[in-house]
Design a protein around this ligand. Structure first.
Ligand SMILES: *Cc1c(COP(=O)(O)O)cnc(C)c1O
Length: 415
């Protein structure tokens, strides 16, 4: 393979596997992509990176895709926004949001799927399939269209309606399933020989992590190569958190970080689906499936994660924590954060803000610590959450006289 990839490595037992052929899982568990970091360090400087294209491909020496063959829509280099007003509401002096809502298809899923479809095309794959809780379906459809690859998307029937139709509009074959994402995953797994498709499920191919790790590379660069104290990350399958933790170690090996202080990684879930938070509390390395999973933050509705131990290892090694929040309060936190800073905060990130509130209250986070929350998607994709009864809009009936007292009263009650 072009570039600096040396091999793939089993995350569960360290076995080395050949990178120049299609790989999936090993012993039912995910693979790491490994690089010759010494050679990367000799070939690349921070100054080179700073002059490059404003997308995640600026870190191409740390990425597997064959250069010049990227399947891209310009993903990455999302803004890192200081949030003083929201910070003050939480008693924090140094709060930041890395805003992934502006990426292609409105979520950070575009990073992983840009990379996965680049590699799929490199290997000559012509048909892919994915189970999704929502945003991965739209991103798969978009990058498959871009790559000229046929895509099949399977999602729970109660997936947000915009996710359903965006994937279809972007050219994928979309199917609704009366089950959860793990049931959709079974369809993809069992259909492999009948349908001859490649399974793009979270962590079942090695490259989506590499796309998502660029969130960590960007964060380091945007903070002048000094990592924050705490990172809060909404966790479904865990690729984002696992990828960032990997990225930080690669930067350490390159000697690019100005200190060896690593951030405490906080994995956030909803109490309605909290396999990782529960395994953390129970001091287990592997997570039991969460029965009857439900949450309005659809990206968190992942009852079983094949990379559970990778998430939990990263959280523990970092001195972080995995916690869950009350699902019913997610819409309120989402609105609070969106309104405070003008950022289109998705419900998954709303959960992170609930976690931030409780961790600050407990003193787990100090007022002067530098805290980054990832906004993994755009609120506009969650019509169903925006329409929940607590956020119904007041109505003006033009058959009656316009009542400005009423308009004033509503504004007062909302502020
Ligand atoms: C998929 C998704 C998540 C969960 O991401 P993982 O990396 O799979 O843990 C969080 N937020 C949003 C908006 C998502 O689409």
């Amino acid at each position: 393979m072009a570039g600096f990839v040396t091999h793939l490595e089993s995350a569960i037992d360290g076995t080395h596997l050949e990178a120049e052929q299609i790989q999936t899982l090993h012993e039912g568990r995910p693979l790491w992509v490994r690089y010759d970091l010494e050679a990367v360090g000799a070939a690349l400087t921070k100054e080179n990176v700073a002059r490059r294209t404003n997308s995640m491909w600026r870190y191409r020496e740390l990425l597997p895709a064959p250069w010049g063959e990227e399947v891209t829509l310009g993903e990455g280099m999302s803004p890192l926004l200081a949030c003083p007003r929201l910070g003050a509401q939480f008693g924090l002096e140094n709060l930041w949001i890395k805003d992934e809502s502006q990426l292609p298809t409105g979520s950070f899923k575009s990073r992983g799927l840009s990379m996965a479809l680049s590699m799929a095309r490199h290997f000559g794959i012509q048909r892919v399939a994915i189970p999704t809780a929502g945003n991965a379906g739209g991103a798969t459809a978009a990058y498959a269209a871009r790559a000229g690859i046929e895509a099949f998307v399977f999602m729970p029937e109660d997936t947000p309606v915009i996710n359903q139709y965006e994937a279809r509009s972007l050219g994928a074959h979309v199917y609704l399933v009366n089950g959860l994402i793990n049931d959709c995953a079974r369809i993809v797994r069992e259909g492999k020989s009948a349908m001859d498709w490649f399974d793009l499920s979270t962590l079942k191919e090695p490259y989506r992590i590499e796309g998502k790790k660029t969130m960590g590379l960007e964060l380091a660069e945007q903070f002048q190569w000094e990592l924050p104290d705490v990172i809060l990350y909404p966790t479904g399958g865990g690729t984002g958190l696992i990828g960032m933790w990997k990225a930080f170690h690669e930067l350490l090996a390159l000697g690019w970080l100005r200190s060896d202080k690593m951030p405490r990684m906080v994995s956030v879930q909803s109490a309605g689906c909290e396999p990782i938070a529960r395994a953390y509390r129970n001091e287990e390395r592997f997570a039991d499936p969460h029965e009857n999973a439900h949450t309005c933050a659809s990206g968190l509705r992942v009852p079983v994660a094949v990379g559970d131990f990778m998430i939990l290892d990263a959280v523990r090694q970092s001195g972080g924590i995995a916690i869950s929040v009350d699902d019913g309060q997610i819409p309120a936190w989402t609105n609070q954060a969106s309104a405070a800073e003008g950022i289109s905060v998705c419900p998954e990130t709303g959960a992170c803000l609930g976690a931030l509130k409780s961790l600050r209250k407990k003193g787990w986070i100090q007022p002067n610590e530098r805290v980054v929350v990832f906004n993994t998607g755009a609120l506009q994709k969650y019509l169903e959450v925006m329409q929940l009864p607590t956020t119904k809009l007041p109505f003006i009936d033009l058959n009656q006289e316009i009542d400005f007292d009423f308009i004033e009263q509503v504004s007062v009650s909302e502020s």
